[in-house]
Design a protein around this ligand. Structure first.
Ligand SMILES: [Zn+2]
Length: 248
């Protein structure tokens, strides 16, 4: 595709929504010359990651493009249109089209923007770490010194917004956050139990780190062995067994 968009900006100017709309309808006609082009609605959307959606509903096409593509050049918009329509129409995507898209997405500029968005938009809302009964920051500091040589850093701590009947605590590597179930922020729960759960999540930080790959093997043998280093392990486990029906 080279010619027909000669009037469209090729380099620095941002495409207007009308121009993008034009690119999409022309691409559709090119891919399916015999079919009538449906009415197309295109908009940018603030997805968490790099994502686009295309949906056909009652002869209308609704297209949402990642706002990371807001200043994508004309040639890239053509590539994107080809990919989305090919998926919709079950056509093979030419490998050069696929490669051009991949190169753009993996360009430094887009990767950095995407990471930023993920941090901001995928932000998990937590209550502050100072609860009614327990202060997670104080507990964290104590545990960090005692068991981890103070090496667990840059972790966002907080009580969960809602009581969970499934999960006691959770480490989320993409936000480097540890959430503790607010159900445990109570005088009925011994401190050793809350500390143990926090310790358990911090062990995930130590063992898994930022990697999202180990999710399935996260309670591996090594993990379970290290977990027993916690002073009060038996006491905490017993209390949990008798009082909670939750997962760690
Ligand atoms: Zn766990």
């Amino acid at each position: 595709m080279d010619r027909k968009f000669f009037s469209l900006p090729q380099r620095t100017d941002k495409l207007t929504v009308n121009q993008i709309h034009y690119i999409f309808s022309e691409t559709y006609k090119e891919l399916r010359p015999t079919l009538n082009c449906p009415i197309i609605y295109v908009e940018f959307y603030q997805f968490v990651g790099i994502n686009h959606t295309i949906r056909l509903k009652e002869d209308k096409l609704y297209i949402r493009l990642s706002d990371l593509f807001k200043d994508a050049p004309t040639s890239l918009m053509e590539v994107l249109a080809t990919i989305l329509f090919s998926k919709l129409l079950n056509l093979n995507i030419p490998s050069n089209t696929r490669n051009t898209y991949r190169n753009y997405v993996s360009s430094r500029k887009i990767r950095i923007r995407s990471l930023k968005n993920r941090r901001i938009r995928g932000y998990k809302l937590l209550h502050c770490p100072q609860g009614n009964q327990y202060d997670l920051i104080l507990l964290f500091r104590k545990i960090n010194e005692k068991y981890f040589g103070g090496k667990i850093n840059n972790i966002e701590l907080g009580w969960s917004l809602k009581k969970s009947y499934k999960i006691l605590g959770q480490f989320d590597p993409s936000h480097r956050s540890i959430t503790i179930n607010c159900l445990l922020d109570s005088s009925r729960v011994p401190e050793v139990v809350v500390s143990f759960i926090l310790f358990h999540e911090m062990l995930h930080v130590k063992i898994t780190g930022d990697s999202l790959i180990n999710i399935k093997t996260k309670h591996c043998k090594k993990f379970r062995e290290e977990e027993k280093r916690f002073i009060g392990y038996g006491q905490a486990m017993n209390w949990l067994k008798n009082n909670m029906d939750h997962n760690l």
